[in-house]
Design a protein around this ligand. Structure first.
Ligand SMILES: Cc1ncc(COP(=O)(O)O)c(C=O)c1O
Length: 370
């Protein structure tokens, strides 16, 4: 049964934009470099199964998520392609991963040794990607000794196949290339130590994919830019191909009134009309991801920017209208109307954060319309 949606607030996701981003990326990459579509955190808020399917249809070779549960959600949603869990997986997940053909990230010999007994009774081999910490300082092995112990453990285990090896860049979206170059050199030293080069050696996130084509190796893990958003303002000035934004957030005027000069608006009365003002109320608030810090920020109505006035409430907020407008008038919070466009980056700058955080904080209450 279709869920009811009696509120006009929606996040529309253009799956064609995601497909075109993958196609343009593939045209830009060397022929033998695969695309791993990163769809963790519910596809950066765009819907994990839907975006995974779109990316795979457009030519991505596999998908990646952060957690075992995210991988299982994709399998339940009918995604049959290879899935890599990039974050840590507990040892108890090993058997399920093998049964579901999910690839896990492993960075220590102990994990391998501790899963040996359980995996003996299940047919097939568990595929792993070995994680090297080349400078991110998050997960991954950092020494040659650790790598050798892990390789020995894999040999003893007998039911594990090293399908890939990867690392993650910490500063690829910044102008100074030195740390990224150093991380790449460190990573390649580890790759050279492997007795057999695995099927997939990969390092690049979106920023590195866009700025360092020579680091693409066998695959790139394309996350934020799959959804048409540049990883940083610097990256945005260096794009080798155009990115197409996939998400727009829209609602409608739910209530409109003319308030006399001197009227206070919303909690705390922080805004007071300085003349007779047309004020519209829109049904979106901080429980939807429109953070309170965006008070004073703008929305688009009839192709014009109009400011949010007063404190943003949990479910609603008020907009100062340029003139009387009808209930039901379309209001764009993220997206384009005519010549004007409001991007996630604009919200991120206003809130002193990054577009990633904004994208994943559009809450579940906002229906995704694909
Ligand atoms: C290990 C790993 N690879 C790839 C990505 C994708 O990064 P981006 O969204 O910057 O492309 C992430 C996301 O943070 C990640 O954690």
């Amino acid at each position: 049964m279709k869920e009811a949606n009696y509120r006009p607030t929606v996040a529309a996701v253009k799956l064609d934009a995601i497909k075109r981003n993958v196609q343009n990326l593939k045209a830009y990459l060397k022929e033998n470099t695969e695309v791993i579509a990163v769809v963790k955190a519910d596809g950066y808020g765009h819907g994990d199964v839907e975006t995974a399917r779109a990316a795979l249809e457009a030519g991505a070779a596999m998908v990646a998520v952060a957690t075992p549960d995210e991988a299982l959600r994709l399998r339940e949603g009918g995604i049959s392609a290879d899935i890599l869990v990039m974050g840590p997986s507990p040892e108890e997940f090993a058997a399920r991963a093998l049964q579901e053909n999910i690839i896990v990230t492993v960075s220590d010999a102990e994990w391998v040794a501790n899963t040996a007994e359980e995996l003996q009774v299940i047919p097939g081999k568990l595929k792993i990607h070995v994680k090297v910490d080349s400078g991110m300082g998050r997960i991954g092995l950092r020494s040659e000794d650790q790598l050798h112990s892990l390789l020995d453990a894999v040999d003893r285990h007998g039911r594990i196949e090293i399908d890939g090896v990867f690392t993650h860049f910490a500063c690829a979206d910044e102008p100074d290339p030195s740390r990224t170059e150093e991380q790449f050199r460190t990573f390649m030293k580890f790759v050279d130590l492997l007795p057999i080069r695995p099927r997939l050696v990969h390092a690049s996130n979106s920023a590195a994919t866009l700025l360092y084509p020579d680091f693409a190796l066998d695959a790139v893990r394309f996350g934020i830019s799959l959804y048409g958003v540049a990883p940083s303002p610097y990256t945005n000035t260096k794009l080798p191909f155009q990115l197409e934004r996939a998400m727009t957030i829209e609602t409608e005027l739910a209530y409109v009134k003319l308030l006399p000069k001197g009227s206070q608006i919303s909690y705390g009365g922080t805004y007071e009309t300085s003349e007779d003002e047309w004020i519209g109320t829109i049904p979106i608030g901080y429980a939807d991801g429109l953070r309170r810090g965006l008070g004073g920020h703008e929305v688009l109505i009839q192709g014009k920017r109009m400011p949010i006035v007063g404190t943003i409430c949990m479910d609603q907020c008020m907009v100062k209208l340029s003139h009387e407008l009808p209930i039901g008038e379309r209001v764009t919070l993220i997206g384009r109307q005519g010549e004007e466009e409001i991007k996630f980056e604009e919200w991120a700058a206003a809130l002193g954060t990054i577009p990633y955080e904004i994208m994943v904080s559009i809450s579940k209450r906002v229906p995704r319309i694909h």
